[in-house]
Design a protein around this ligand. Sequence first.
Ligand SMILES: *Cc1c(COP(=O)(O)O)cnc(C)c1O
Length: 434
Amino acid sequence: MQYYSTNNPDHKVSLKEAVIKGLAPDQGLYMPESIPEMPVSFFEKLPSMSFQEIGYAVIGALFGEDLNEEQIKDLVDHTLIFDAPLVKVEEGIYSLELFHGPTLAFKDFGARFCSKLMSMLMEGEQRKVKVLVATSGDTGSAVANGFYNVPGVEVIILYPKGKVSELQEKQFTTLGGNIHCFEVDGMFDDCQRMVKDAFLDKELNDNMLLTSANSINIARWIPQCLYYFYAWSRLPEKNKKLAISVPSGNFGNLGAGILAQRMGLPIHTFVASTNINRVVPDFLHGLDFKAMPSVSTISNSMDVGNPSNFFRLLALYGNDEALFREKVKGFYFDDEDTAKAMKKVMEETGYVMDPHGAVGYLGLRNFIKMNPSDFVGIFLETAHPGKFKSVVDKVLGIDLELPARLAQFLNGEKKYEELKNDFAAFKSLLLKSR
Ligand SMILES: *Cc1c(COP(=O)(O)O)cnc(C)c1O
């Protein structure tokens, strides 16, 4: 399979080049040149298949031309080491819990798949790879833990100073070894821009092999489609129309859902739910797409003002804006709405949502309220509430117990350096670290 750039459909590269480069030279995002449709027999069998079996079939359909059966099995087995249970929260509303992995957020799926695939594709290469990551929190921890001690790979993480929760920060800054962390005096968008600029810098690319493990990388993005298939396979009410609400920031997760839909999964409507960083809901309501500076919220992993994957979503709908607006409904919520929803759901059902999942829940509730009752809904619970303990405790007036694997990160010591919000400073640091 070849992968084309969203900025130029004639620019096509191999799987290896798409994964190692991350971003196309024209700054476009790589997309598979064709999207396989899963056969009817697959959907009939789905309810009785394990998560892994679903993984072999779907990853086989997407990567079967480039990887052999054993490699596909290795990749899936390495990625799906934890479950993604579908939990009933209210009548007709389910939470898809994606936080049972090592760093307790959905990004563990993409990061584990990406590190494994990269090391497969780099086999036999003499050069070391430098993985550059900009993070608003959870990407850093998932990528750091996914790539920790992977031979031949150095990871460089940029994160905005003071904008990442203590626990998130500890999950990537305490590892050391091949994981190098830099605290940038700026916002997430600044970190993301510096990383993008590095990929486009000729001198840097002549001197080292740079790659990206952000959700722009197909190796992070594509495997996220797996849990949509799994969710549907476990859903009791298959006779109803299905709406899935995705709490979104950079929009990789929603894009992976649309990929699953394009592969034949019967999802009727997607709900794009955001905090007040509302660029995409505004677009869906008819405005032009216009990047904005990001604004801090209590769902900080979604504080993204210039969502990278937007043009990938558009490409999935054949660059047809009207179709995109018809198939995806957008909602945004402020921190007060989010806190209220967390409280209400806990009081009425006992279910504790994290602030990101709560934004997803709100989008789903709003969509279902406006539509006839023949819908069943799933919202993605993208992180364990313990990752945002200080917010969750304050909003709910509780003292949430941290899962052991989260608590153990707190004992580690942070190792990081400060970095000016300036590409020249970042570039000289990279050149020095050769
Ligand atoms: C990254 C993240 C999101 C946003 O996901 P995108 O794919 O960037 O839209 C939502 N919730 C949590 C907890 C995250 O870490």
